[in-house]
Design a protein around this ligand. Structure first.
Ligand SMILES: [Ca+2]
Ligand SMILES: [Ca+2]
Length: 168
């Protein structure tokens, strides 16, 4: 399995990610103030930091990766979360493109509703796997964090984003 995502765990700030909307931020698990902490649901190996939506209604991070020629199977996973009973959420998508840039396939994880989190502040794992669509040359990985309802904080959260492929 070859990991294609750079800094999917937010431990290097926003390194490797391009901000394409809003103002995404990196938050620390020791921030307090109601943000997810070390004792809240989340990855066992969560490090010190995670991605958050900042104070804009929609914050989007993206990275495009070149698929190895022999990639045949993929697996994508991410820990996605939110705050208490708010519907703010994070959505991770992987779009496969061919050499001409034509979409060949799309995989989407999340966002989780507050109900799916049982109104708990924290992050929960979502995964998908499948066959790389024939002709795919690149994959565009997009993390969208969306504010819903009141307040200024965009409480879509994400950590441990992974996109791996393996050859035939
Ligand atoms: Ca982390
Ligand atoms: Ca909020």
């Amino acid at each position: 399995m070859t990991e294609l995502i750079v800094n999917g765990d937010a431990e290097q700030g926003l390194t490797g990610w391009l901000t394409v909307a809003g103002a995404p931020v990196v938050l620390r698990y020791d921030t307090g103030q109601g943000y997810p902490g070390p004792g809240d649901p989340g990855p066992a190996q969560r490090g010190a930091s995670f991605f958050g939506g900042g104070d804009t209604p929609l914050s989007t991070l993206r990275q495009s990766v070149t698929l190895p020629r022999r990639a045949s199977q993929f697996a994508v996973s991410a820990w996605l979360g939110g705050y208490a009973s708010q519907q703010d959420g994070a959505r991770l998508s992987v779009e496969f493109l061919d050499a001409a840039g034509t979409p060949r396939g799309l995989v989407v994880l999340g966002p989780l509703t507050a109900e799916e989190r049982t109104s708990r502040t924290g992050l929960f794992e979502r995964t998908a796997r499948g066959t790389v669509p024939p002709g795919s040359r690149t994959a565009v990985v997009t993390l969208q964090m969306t504010r819903s309802g009141g307040g200024t904080s965009n409480d879509g959260y994400a950590d441990n984003i992974s996109f791996t492929v393996e050859g035939r």
